[in-house]
Design a protein around this ligand. Structure first.
Ligand SMILES: [Ca+2]
Length: 374
C-alpha cells in the first residue's frame, strides 16, 4: 500500500510534484506518527508509467548497501550470499531521486482539477466492468470485512485503473535507490530513507518467503506493487489470499486484490455502515474556523461540539455517533470545499495520506455505483 501521499495540487501541474511515498503533502493531513507502511502517489505513478528507467550502476560496489545486506541476512536468518547478490544487482535510478522531492514551486491545491483526473468516463467504465465481473467476490469481501464494494472499487480505480498501470520500475531498483541514495536535501530525508530501507528488507523477505525472483517484480517508482499498489510492508501485513489458491497474488488475482484492500481497511478500523462524510455549512454568527480546523483531518468533534463551533449539519449527520473532522479541499483561486469527515473518511487517508485522495476514492466509487444502477 501506499503511503505516499498524493499531492493533489501537483496533479494539475505537469511538472513534478510531491513526494509520495508517504511524504505528506501539505494538504490537510493528520500529523500523526509516520505512516508505517504505504507509500505512493497514484497520479504520479501513472504519469510515469512510460518513463524508461535509466540505471546508473549496480549496488554491488556500494559498501553501505553490502553492509546493510549482510546485517539484514544476519538479523532475518536469510542466506547472506542471496541477499548480497540480489541487492548487488539492484540499479540506482537517478530519476527516482527526483520524483520523491517536493516541487520547487508548488502548484496551488485544486480539488476540482484533482477530481477531474480521477472521476472521468474511462475510469468509471473500467470500474463498472470490474465490479460486474467480480460482483460475487465484492459481495463476499463486503460481508467478510464490512467494507463497502464502492470503496474497494474506488481504491483500485484510483490506484491503477484496475490493474492497467501497476508501474514499470523494478521494485528492487526503486527501493534500493530510495534506501541507499535518498536525496539528502529532502526535508524529511532521514525518516523517509529509513522507511524505504525497511521496505527493502520487507521486500526481500517477501520474495524469499514466496519464491519470487526479486529482480523481476515491477512496481511504482516508490516500490508499490500490484493492482492495489501495496508497499512490501503492507503486502506482508495486510494482503490476503481471497481466492483460496494458497498464494497471495496482487498482480494476477482480482479476488486477492479485492480481499486485501478490504482487509487493509478493516485493519485501519473501518466502521461498517458508517458514512464517510456529510455535507457541512457554516453559521457565520458563531463560526470558529480556527478551532474547527485545528485537529486537521483527525476526527475529534462530537456533533454538539462541531455545531457549537459554527458547523451546520442536517439530517442523518445530526444523529451521527462518533467524532467528526472538518475537511477542507482547496479549489485553486476559488473558495474551498468543505465536508464533515467521519472515522471512515480518516480510514481512507490511512491508505494514502491525503484528503484529496480520500475524496477521489469516495466519489469514484459513488459514480461507479450510480452507473451500475442505471
Ligand atoms: Ca490467492
Amino acid at each position: 500500500m501506499l503511503c505516499m501521499v498524493i499531492s493533489p495540487w501537483a496533479v494539475a501541474s505537469t511538472s513534478h510534484s510531491k513526494p509520495t511515498a508517504s511524504l505528506k503533502s501539505g494538504t490537510k493531513e493528520h500529523t500523526a506518527p509516520s505512516h508505517p507502511r504505504r507509500a505512493k502517489n497514484p497520479a504520479k505513478a501513472q504519469r510515469r508509467q512510460h518513463t524508461p528507467p535509466v540505471a546508473a550502476g549496480a549496488y554491488s560496489s556500494n559498501e553501505a548497501a553490502m553492509a546493510w545486506a549482510d546485517a539484514l541476512a544476519l538479523r532475518q536468518g536469510l542466506d547472506r550470499h542471496w541477499v548480497r547478490q540480489t541487492v548487488g544487482q539492484a540499479q540506482k535510478i537517478p530519476a527516482i531521486t527526483q520524483y520523491v522531492m517536493p516541487p520547487a514551486t508548488p502548484a496551488a491545491k485544486n480539488w476540482r482539477a484533482y477530481r477531474a483526473r480521477f472521476i472521468e468516463p474511462v475510469r468509471i467504465q473500467a470500474g463498472l466492468r470490474f465490479w460486474q465481473t467480480h460482483d460475487a467476490t465484492m459481495a463476499r469481501a463486503e460481508h467478510t470485512f464490512g467494507v463497502p464494494a464502492e470503496i474497494i472499487v474506488g481504491i483500485i480505480g484510483v490506484e491503477t485503473i484496475y490493474g492497467q498501470h501497476t508501474g514499470n520500475f523494478r521494485v528492487i531498483d526503486a527501493l534500493a535507490t530510495l534506501a541507499f541514495d535518498f536525496p539528502v536535501q529532502h526535508p524529511r530525508a532521514t525518516e523517509r530513507q529509513a522507511y524505504f530501507t525497511s521496505e527493502l528488507g520487507q521486500y526481500l523477505m517477501l520474495a524469499q518467503r514466496n519464491g519470487w525472483d526479486p529482480l523481476r517484480m515491477k512496481g511504482s517508482y516508490a516500490g508499490a506493487m500490484g493492482w492495489p499498489q501495496f508497499m512490501p510492508g503492507s503486502w506482508a501485513q495486510f494482503a490476503v489470499d481471497f481466492d483460496g489458491d494458497g498464494k497471495i497474488d496482487l498482480y494476477n488475482s482480482p479476488a486477492d486484490v479485492i480481499g486485501s484492500v478490504a482487509n487493509y481497511f478493516k485493519a485501519f478500523n473501518w466502521k461498517p455502515g458508517m458514512p464517510t462524510h456529510y455535507p457541512v455549512q457554516f453559521d457565520a454568527s458563531r463560526l470558529n474556523m480556527d478551532a474547527l480546523m485545528a485537529p486537521d483531518i483527525l476526527p475529534t468533534f462530537s456533533v454538539s461540539s462541531f455545531t457549537a463551533k459554527g458547523a451546520v449539519l442536517e439530517g442523518a449527520a445530526l444523529e451521527h455517533q462518533g467524532p467528526l473532522a472538518l475537511i477542507e479541499l482547496h479549489n485553486g483561486g476559488e473558495p474551498p470545499s468543505y465536508v464533515a469527515g467521519t472515522e471512515n473518511f480518516y480510514a481512507i487517508t490511512r491508505y494514502n495520506w491525503s484528503s484529496y485522495y480520500a475524496m477521489a476514492v469516495i466519489e469514484l466509487g459513488q459514480e461507479i455505483k450510480a452507473a451500475r444502477q442505471r
